[in-house]
Design a binder for this molecule. Structure first.
Ligand code: GAR
Length: 206
């Protein structure tokens, strides 16, 4: 049997600053992390916001990017064809705030992972992103917050949890200081957890 040595290609969907996308790109750069001899490649950045910082990250890293149009994202199959043409087999959401349409979830079953800047199931749902999350956590009097990496289903911030890590809040915590702590935690864990996920999926279903 001929061994499959084709690269495993991941698309990152992101529409913010792109600090997580940058960390993920660096982690997998130059074929540093492989599964069964296959290189893992960040092959595409998908973004819904013209001018978003993540597009600079894509440019600096020489990674192709694509801007989404809402109408086409939710109606029709053009984006699915684009992902298939580029041989994408995994999708990672790193600061992507649109709901993922059912057609995309069906085309990538258990192959879409999201990161959320709090300990789900608390502090998730529509409108819960960025400082809104950290403000809600502080207002609740919680003593800790953290990050959740989870599978994507048809509801916001809802799918099965893959990984969580937590951090303590200090008595004088502000949304800004908490955002910084959470970003550090995300950068520390997200790339390695993506690697673990891809390894685990490919070993079950090469
Ligand atoms: C991250 O903190 C991520 O957890 C959050 O967006 C930020 C993107 O930052 N995602 C959500 O809030 C999803 N509900 P980045 O652009 O610097 O990577």
């Amino acid at each position: 049997m001929i061994k499959d040595l084709s690269p495993v290609r991941i698309a990152i969907f992101a529409s913010g600053k792109g600090s997580n996308a940058r960390e993920i790109i660096h982690f997998f750069q130059n074929g540093r992390h492989r599964v069964d001899g296959r290189k893992i490649e960040i092959a595409l950045i998908v973004c819904n916001k013209a001018g978003a910082g993540v597009l600079n990250v894509a440019e600096e890293s020489g990674i192709p990017w694509m801007l989404l149009e809402k109408e086409k994202f939710y109606n029709g199959t053009q984006y699915l064809e684009e992902l298939s043409k580029r041989d994408i087999s995994f999708i990672v959401l790193a600061g992507f705030l649109w709901k993922i349409p059912p057609g995309l979830i069906a085309a990538f079953p258990d192959r879409i992972l999201n990161i959320h800047p709090a300990l789900l199931p608390a502090f998730g749902g529509k409108g819960m992103y960025g400082n809104a999350v950290h403000e809600a956590v502080i207002a609740s009097g919680a003593k800790q917050s953290g990050i959740t990496i989870h599978y994507v289903d048809e509801q916001y911030d809802h799918g099965r949890i893959f990984f969580q890590a937590s951090v303590h809040l200090s008595p004088e915590e502000t949304p800004e200081s908490l955002a910084e702590k959470i970003h550090t935690l995300e950068h520390q864990h997200f790339p390695a957890q993506i690697f673990r996920w891809v390894e685990c999926k490919l070993s079950l279903n090469p």
